[in-house]
Design a protein around this ligand. Structure first.
Ligand SMILES: Nc1ncnc2c1ncn2[C@@H]1O[C@H](COP(=O)(O)OP(=O)(O)O)[C@@H](O)[C@H]1O
Ligand SMILES: [Mg+2]
Length: 374
């Protein structure tokens, strides 16, 4: 059976519920696969973190964030009892594709005023699909209901104007999804084991010391940016495509940490697979920040970095690798290329357009600008 969790809006709890449903069904002895149909790949990231912490995997997570999902799902669903699609936000072709394959659709809704009403659009798509697939079952799930809210007491009335009215379930707001006895888990391992959303864990960690997204982490003893490279052959392979490493620390045969000085640019490739083949591939081109500079959090990078390029999915990752090869073919170390070039490559590939080639003239202009601004 294929169950799709959908709502064109992000942040309504699709990933959270997909992983929890998968966990419950897997514990009941069912063979389960979660299909991460969101290019954000949060479910994949969660499963990577579990593997990294050597926690057992009770179900498999596969990234298929493309509009050919309906065709690819059939093969996955054949091997499992439950295939759970964690739907994307704001990507209608993938939502449609999920609807073409699903047996059961759960549209997640947050309590009134129903935040942005994006779910109405999702319901419209789902109801439209029922004209060609009458066997499709659609249900609404109210998520994050406060116990005192009127909708929790009388949800059917609140949803009376929508089709279908049938409400499968309402889930209460769990205060601190990643807390136990009111405490944040001390270690990432505990958080991931408990099903805590990786994003929540990181956010809580950061806010605790009020790091305000600037590089002033007191646990970070120098101004180097550290990247953890994990290599579990044929499962998780993280590697540097370019960048001038200032320090390297071998932790064990699978793990090493490489460091970069502030201002340096490096490319970090992550690839993960399981029995079904590649589940995720992504590339980040990052600029290491100095103390006090703003940064974004990036998995495996401590404390974080300025993101110049961030793309997922093998076709895009491959194009970025070609763009890096093209810079090297000019005899230029990609770590020295203008940061704007990587931003440009990111912007163009994000909308499936070909990026401009880097040229010697551009490079000379960048070197000159760098000299006069430093
Ligand atoms: N029932 C709930 N109670 C409390 N927090 C929740 C609940 N469901 C989801 N969340 C939180 O809401 C946020 C968004 O959830 P997520 O599953 O990523 O949404 P989506 O996949 O729709 O973008 C996460 O921080 C998650 O922990
Ligand atoms: Mg999600």
């Amino acid at each position: 059976m294929i169950v799709a969790l959908l709502n064109q809006q992000g942040g309504v709890g699709k990933t959270t519920l997909a992983l929890h449903l998968a966990g419950v069904w897997a514990c009941q002895g069912r063979r389960v696969a979660v299909i991460d149909a969101d290019p954000d790949a949060c479910a994949v990231e969660w499963s990577e973190l579990r593997a990294q912490e050597t926690l057992p995997s009770r179900f498999t997570v596969i990234a298929i964030a493309r509009d050919t999902l309906h065709r690819e799902l059939a093969a996955v669903a054949r091997d499992v009892d439950r295939a759970i699609v964690d739907g994307p936000s704001h990507i209608e072709p993938i939502t449609r594709s999920a609807l073409m394959a699903a047996d059961f659709v759960l549209v997640l809704v947050q309590p009134p005023p129903f935040q942005g009403l994006a779910f109405v659009e999702t319901l419209r798509l789902a109801n439209g699909m029922m004209t060609v697939r009458p066997q499709l079952r659609i249900r609404l799930v109210l998520n994050r209901c406060s116990v005192r809210a009127r909708v929790t007491r009388d949800p059917t009335q609140a949803l009376a104007g929508y089709d279908p009215r049938a409400l499968t379930s309402s889930i209460t707001e769990l205060h601190g999804l990643c807390q136990r006895n009111g405490k944040r888990p001390a270690r990432l391992r505990d958080a991931v084991q408990r099903g805590c959303h990786p994003r929540d864990y990181r956010a809580r960690r950061r806010s605790r010391k009020d790091r305000a997204m600037t590089n002033s982490d007191p646990e970070h003893t120098n101004d180097l940016t550290q990247v953890e490279l994990l290599w579990l052959k044929k499962r998780i392979e993280n590697w540097m495509r370019f960048g001038r490493i200032a320090e390297e620390k071998i932790i064990n045969s699978n793990r090493r940490v490489v460091s970069f000085p502030p201002g340096s640019i490096f490319a970090f490739v992550r690839w993960a697979s399981n029995d079904y083949g590649t589940v995720a591939s992504r590339i980040d081109i990052l600029r290491a920040v100095g103390l006090g500079e703003r940064y974004s959090t990036v998995s495996y990078v401590r404390p974080g970095a300025e993101i110049l390029l961030r793309l997922a999915g093998w076709p895009k990752v491959e194009k970025v690798l070609h763009a890096i090869d093209a810079v090297e073919a000019l005899g230029i170390d990609p770590a020295d290329a203008a940061p704007e070039h990587w931003r440009h490559v990111h912007n163009r590939l994000s909308v499936s357009e070909a990026p401009r080639r880097y040229t010697q003239t551009r490079h000379q202009a960048w070197l000159y600008r760098r000299r006069v601004t430093l």
